[in-house]
Every structure is written in C-alpha cells, then in structure tokens.
Ligand binder design. Structure first.
Ligand SMILES: C[S@@+](CC[C@H](N)C(=O)[O-])C[C@H]1O[C@@H](n2cnc3c(N)ncnc32)[C@H](O)[C@@H]1O
Ligand code: SF4
Ligand code: SF4
Length: 315
C-alpha cells in the first residue's frame, strides 16, 4: 500500500481547517526543529559499493573535514532540542575520520539528563581496528550498523567493490568479540544491507549466518540515489517506484562538512543546498523559505523541479 503524507503546512490552512486536518486526517504540523540529523564530520569513503554514487561523484566536489568550532556549534544547538537521533556521518565512511570517537563523546556529553536521543553510525567496517573499536565502545555511541552486503564472497565483493569478503567477516566477528568482552549495553550492533537481487535470494542464509554469531540483521530498500548508473545496473530485485511519501524533508536535516545543508542523503551532487550553518542557526535554516518551498512542492506533488522527482526505490 502506498504510504500517505503525514505532515501538513500550517500556513496553508485557516484555524478551522487546520483542526480538521489534525484531528480527522491525523496529520501533524511540520516540526519546527529537525527530529534527526546527519552530520558529515569529514568527506569521502574508501569503498566502491556498486549501488553507491560515491564512485561516480568523488573528486568533482569539494572535500574536507568539518572544523571543530562548527561541529560544536551544531551539536550545542541540537542539544537544546528533543531529537530522536544524531548520525555523525553523511554520504561518507564515518571511520575515515580518526577523531570520530571524540566527536561522538562530545555529542553524548551534551545530552541533557533524561534525553532519549540516540547516536548511530553506519559503517563498512573496513577501518574498524581493535583500537578504533575500543574507542567507539567507550565513546557513548548507541548503535552501530555494519553495512555488509552479501554472505557469499562473490556477491559481497561484487557489491562492495574493493573490500574482500574473508578479512571483512573476520573484522566484524572480532568487533563482536570485543563488544561481548566489554559487556556493556551499548553500542548495539546490527548488520545492514540493501535488497539487491542476490541478497534477496540469500536472505535465509544471511540471517542464519549472522544469527549463529549472535548478530541481528536488517534488509533495507535499494534506492537509485538519484543516479542513472545505479538504476541501470539491473541489481534491483523488484521494479523501481517513485516515492509517494518521504519523511526526510520534514524531519531530518543533512549537514555537509562545510556547514551546507543539503536535501537528503541522496543528494550526492549537492543539487539542493538549503542554507549554511556557519552563520545561521539550524532553526533558521530549517524554517527558511528555501526549505518551505521544497516541502510545499513535495506535499503538492509538484516535484518536477525537485531532486525528489527523479528519486526511485525498490521495496
Ligand atoms: C552512504 S552509506 C554511508 C555510511 C557507510 N559508508 C556505510 O556504507 O555504512 C549509508 C548507508 O546507505 C546505504 N546505501 C548505499 N547505497 C544505497 C542505495 N543505493 N540504496 C539504499 N541504501 C544505500 C549503505 O548500505 C549504508 O548502510
Ligand atoms: S555505501 Fe558506504 S561504504 Fe559503500 S561506497 Fe557508499 S559510502 Fe562507501
Ligand atoms: S530525493 Fe526527495 S524523495 Fe528522495 S530520499 Fe531525498 S527527500 Fe526523499
């Protein structure tokens, strides 16, 4: 069943209609501050996943590491709001940033007492050394999702390009051993992967393999990431669909290393910059005319000039 839109723009309605939309249609006004955030602490990734635009954009765009002052400014403002999750990565490999544990510790320490905000990373695990693992376990990280696309060497290596299956399995199992030894409730470890044709075919074996090591896994929809090359690969297990609903512009902010806020984690080419956080607050950017225009066009299904107009996924 197609997902329906969950938010409405309060300024489009009078008081009476607004009550109807909320009470009868069950829609909510758009939050005045993001509920989730992705922060790119530094750019780039060392892998070459076949379904990821990382391999096609790369050098054409400016690269760098977020300055500490900008990072703390962003986190300090977030800590004043009730947020669900902060992800200190965006379109990059988070462990490529050697200072990531320190940055996670900063976010964790800024949490107000009683806050339920979670800190999560997704990583390809290739840079998960014993030392990095130890630092992450101590950092205050709540969840770590290891992206591991396949349980047969040929499938894994096709999907992840330059990463090799055997050493990477060892790395994940070694990390699990360290986690068990640390005997802490956090971070919670999961394996995650996208549903390509090959992965869907192996689903049962994949679950069984990770389960035998005490690790749960989840299967995520494959997206085209607004990239024709990804779409044309023929790795999708099911037809491509346009989004009927997408919560990203309504609940999540995506911050690049230089403070630019882009539309979402599919905006690899940085087509839609909605403001910059060096000189503006998150609240200002989130409630800016540029953001409002995107949301309005999305809700009105006027998406031809939005990145969303070319965004596809397979269930
Ligand atoms: C872009 S990566 C960045 C973090 C890290 N490099 C990693 O791979 O885990 C974030 C997540 O997006 C997923 N991903 C990459 N390409 C995708 C696509 N075409 N459709 C859906 N998810 C995708 C990855 O598997 C990963 O879990
Ligand atoms: S999915 Fe993650 S690991 Fe793979 S190329 Fe993209 S950013 Fe790198
Ligand atoms: S491009 Fe639009 S529809 Fe696609 S994920 Fe981003 S916000 Fe959602």
């Amino acid at each position: 069943m197609a997902k329906t839109q969950k938010y409405f723009l309060p300024e489009q309605y009078g008081l009476f209609e607004r009550l109807k939309v909320q009470l009868i249609d069950g829609k909510k006004p758009i939050p005045t501050f993001p509920i989730r955030a992705q922060i790119q602490t530094r750019t780039a990734c060392n892998a070459e996943c076949s379904f990821c635009p990382n391999t096609t954009v790369g050098d054409a765009l400016s690269q760098g590491t977020m300055e500490w002052d900008l990072f703390t400014k962003i986190v300090d403002e977030m800590s004043e709001h009730a947020m669900d999750e902060i992800h200190p990565f965006l379109m990059n490999e988070p462990l490529w940033d050697k200072d990531l544990p320190k940055k996670i510790r900063y976010i964790a320490d800024k949490r107000k007492p009683g806050s339920s905000m979670q800190i999560k990373i997704n990583t390809n695990a290739s840079l998960l050394t014993d030392d990095m693992a130890k630092q992450l376990i101590e950092s205050g990280l709540d969840k770590i999702n290891i992206s591991f696309h396949g349980i047969r060497p040929e499938v894994y290596e096709f999907n992840m390009g330059n990463l090799k299956f055997e050493p990477m399995v060892k790395k994940v199992l070694r990390f699990k051993e360290q986690l068990d030894k640390a005997s802490k409730p956090k971070p919670k470890l999961h394996i995650t992967m996208v549903k390509t044709k090959d992965i869907v075919a192996d689903k049962k074996n994949i679950r069984a393999f990770w389960k035998s090591h005490g690790i749960g896994c989840n299967f995520r929809p494959l997206g085209n990431r607004n990239n024709k090359e990804v779409e044309m690969k023929g790795i999708n297990w099911d037809d491509w669909h346009a989004y009927t609903w997408c919560r990203r512009p309504f609940t999540q902010i995506y911050i690049l290393y230089n403070g630019d806020c882009v539309l979402c984690c599919c905006d690899w080419n940085r087509t839609t910059t909605l403001g910059n956080l060096r000189h503006k607050s998150i609240e200002e950017v989130w409630n800016s005319p540029a953001y409002k225009r995107v949301r309005e066009n999305f809700l009105l299904k006027d998406r031809k000039d939005l990145l969303c107009g070319t965004c596809l996924y397979t269930r």
